[in-house]
Design a protein around this ligand. Structure first.
Ligand code: IVH
Length: 670
């Protein structure tokens, strides 16, 4: 048997290696169950040999007792902040100023997303994490070592044998959006206070005196700089620092790019603005840094802000405004959504005067009163939402929002099913609001794509009783239409033509158009592929429906009860009788990449990852996140890293972006 000391040493190295693969590279090599076995063995050996336990052992993330307060930490090199700018002109002025001081343009820049979290300074002595501190005022911060130790993405010991004797690594601790939403959903369910936004979530979690609380919060880090360092590591550029700390096991953001020339910085800013919503964490802008340390030194700093870097800030996604009223809208499935009417405010780049309050429970939870000042959040193209109330600004005597008991459109008593947050009008298609929404959905581009059939026109058709359900659309005659407001002979003809053209559709579009609760586009495609035609879908049992990818008990139940409803069946028959038709869907089995598993890695220049994934899926392939012996092919874009290396080891065919485009070209048309 191996000596415990030796076995513990080996196990720690192995566990550290796999933790890094899992948490930092996002590319686990062994199944969880095998990792757990290694980890458990280590815990067991340490338990039996308490004198061999050291603080940088991977088992020692959560251990410290709660403290009464945080100690002060004086930063040995101050933690600087950044100058900000918000417009193209300002950023041009920054680059002009740099050029004036240097006597030439900055040639090499590093462009990085500006992570919206909390700055920290991590001190590693002989590779071991000995202290984590907040930025504080830049000179003095707080010692949060016990808390940062609980974050899996922060190595307790740096990897490799070329680690400096002493190095400070700086970065931003943030709360990933998935974790933030999951945490908040749980908090609301348990009657606790949710976080207002991910940044507050990160800050609040790090400020816990009990590290066991922090350990349960979804936190992560991106490292973006070095503070003080011993003289055995002397990088010449910022890019060298990032490459080194990445190699030593720290998370460096994958969208960091070294670019030549100022024009490329602008392209980067524009691209990241667009990618922003799909990142999975919040950023509030982009940071541009001169790459060369000699250049940084020549540019210097003014009042704790370096001249060699600048933050380009995106428009604020969170602002305050006043609620003037709350209206209750009836959705397609009868769900009642409270909508806040706001004093118009500029947020996330547009002026907003409505924001969703999600559901009745949310109105009660936020305890909104008319005239309240509220925080409104809008990110990307997502619907603006009210996140919190500024109670200190509540006007005296402000009235509560009256919660309706009857449908605001048809007067039917509202229903709430136990365990569901949604309040619904149960009147279905007899409720005018639901009828209009159902027809709008049916006509929308992703459904039957009936051009020219907009909201206003649908209002008239329903209000004048010309259309009671979607099948009635196909019974409309020219003379019905020309009698409507703002409808000439020409527009009437056009509408009749687009109605007739819409008959030629696909099964997936048709299924989606029916508006079955919780059957979105992706599910509709999956159902069409599984059943091939409408008849088998209408007759499908629960068991058969379960077999479809992404279909769970709720969706299966919804599909089943939709087709059990006599009225729905009649409408479907009427639509088919009116001429709606589709080709029978051939299963995925006949597609060129059926049965193959692909992995995408690195950055593609010609399309986003999402697009590449969709196009591959359309060819029948499965697209996964990690390379294994089962992988069929790997597409490697720029800066592909660990996954590419693994593909080479496993001798899996790798396609460059050019090969990939050729591949798509020859298979998509076929
Ligand atoms: S560099 C001297 N890089 O932004 C440069 N900061 O407004 C110091 N931040 O306190 C910071 N992402 O908390 C840098 N990629 C990034 C960043 C970043 C977020 C934060 C950091 C800093 C603040 C400055």
């Amino acid at each position: 048997m191996m000596e415990p000391k030796k076995e513990i040493g080996q196990l720690r190295e192995e566990v550290r290696f796999h933790l890094h693969r899992y948490h930092v590279l996002d590319d686990p090599e062994i199944p969880d169950i095998e990792f757990d076995a290694l980890f458990d063995r280590l815990v067991q050996l340490e338990h039996a040999n308490p004198d061999l336990v050291v603080s940088d052992s991977p088992t020692q993330r959560v251990g410290a007792e709660p403290s009464a307060e945080f100690d002060e930490v004086v930063h040995s090199a101050p933690m600087l902040s950044l100058d900000k700018c918000v417009s193209g002109d300002e950023i041009q002025a920054w680059q002009d100023r740099c050029a004036r001081i240097l006597g030439e343009d900055v040639s090499s820049y590093v462009c990085e997303p500006k992570i919206d979290g909390v700055a920290v300074n991590l001190l590693y002595e002989d590779g071991v994490l000995v202290r984590g501190a907040t930025r504080g005022n830049g000179e003095i911060g707080e010692d949060i070592t016990s808390n940062v130790r609980t974050i899996d993405q922060i190595p307790l010991r740096l990897l490799g044998d070329d680690v400096p004797r002493s190095i400070e690594i700086r970065g931003e601790i943030y709360m990933p959006l998935a974790g933030f939403h999951a945490y908040n959903a749980r908090a609301v369910k348990n009657g606790e206070k949710p976080f207002v936004n991910p940044r507050n979530g990160a800050a609040g979690s790090l400020r816990q005196l009990d590290p066991r609380v922090t350990a349960h919060r979804p936190l992560s880090i991106f490292c973006y700089a070095m503070g003080r360092c011993s003289d055995d590591f002397r990088p010449r550029t910022h890019a060298e620092v990032l490459a080194a700390i990445r190699k030593w096991g720290c998370c460096v953001n994958e969208h960091v790019e070294v670019v030549e020339g100022f024009k490329a910085c602008i392209t980067y800013i524009e691209r990241v603005v667009q990618d922003r919503v799909s990142l999975g964490y919040e950023i509030d802008g982009v940071v541009l840094k001169a790459n060369d340390f000699a250049v940084q030194e020549r540019l210097g700093s003014v009042t704790r802000k370096p001249r060699w870097a600048i933050a380009f800030k995106y428009p604020a996604e969170e602002v305050s405004t006043v609620i003037t009223a709350v209206e209750f809208q009836v959705g397609r499935t009868g769900a009642i959504t409270p909508v806040a009417k706001l004093e118009p405010v500029f947020v996330g780049g547009v002026t907003v005067s409505n924001a969703t309050l999600h559901n009745m429970d949310e109105v009660s939870r936020l305890d909104i009163r008319l005239g309240d000042t509220v925080i409104v959040h809008r990110a990307g193209d997502v619907i603006p939402q009210v996140v919190s109330v500024v109670e200190s600004r509540r006007p005296p005597g402000a009235r509560r929002v009256p919660i309706p008991r009857k449908c605001p459109e048809c007067g039917t008593a509202l229903e709430k099913i136990a365990d569901e947050v949604v309040v619904r009008c149960p009147a279905g298609m007899t409720c005018v609001a639901q009828r209009k929404e159902a027809i709008q959905h049916f006509a929308s581009r992703s459904a039957m794509d009936i051009e020219g059939l907009g909201e206003k026109l649908i209002d008239q058709l329903v209000d004048q009783n010309l259309v009671k359900n979607t099948a009635d659309l196909y019974r409309l005659r020219g003379e019905d239409l020309v009698a409507l407001d703002r409808m000439g002979t020409k527009s009437a003809e056009n509408l009749l033509r687009s109605l007739s053209e819409s008959c030629d559709t696909t099964l997936a579009h048709f299924i989606y158009a029916l508006g079955i609760r919780e059957v979105g586009e992706a599910t509709a495609i999956a159902l069409a592929e599984r059943f091939g035609d409408l008849e088998p879908l209408m007759e499908a049992t629960l068991d058969l429906l379960y077999e479809v990818e992404d279909v769970g008990p709720t969706v299966a139940g919804n599909v089943l009860s939709f087709f059990e409803d006599r009225e729905n069946r009649e409408i479907v028959s009427a639509l088919v009788a009116a001429g709606v038709h589709w080709p029978i869907v051939e299963g995925r089995v006949s597609r060129p990449c059926f049965g193959e598993t692909w992995v995408l890695t690195g950055t593609l220049q010609s399309m986003s990852r999402d697009e590449a994934r969709t196009r591959l899926r359309n060819l029948g392939a499965k697209v996964t996140g990690s390379v294994s012996p089962n992988t069929t092919r790997v597409v490697a874009g720029d800066d592909a890293g660990a996954k590419l290396a693994r593909a080479e080891v496993l001798e899996i065919p790798v396609l460059s972006e050019k090969d990939f485009l050729t591949f798509l070209g020859s298979h998509e048309s076929a």
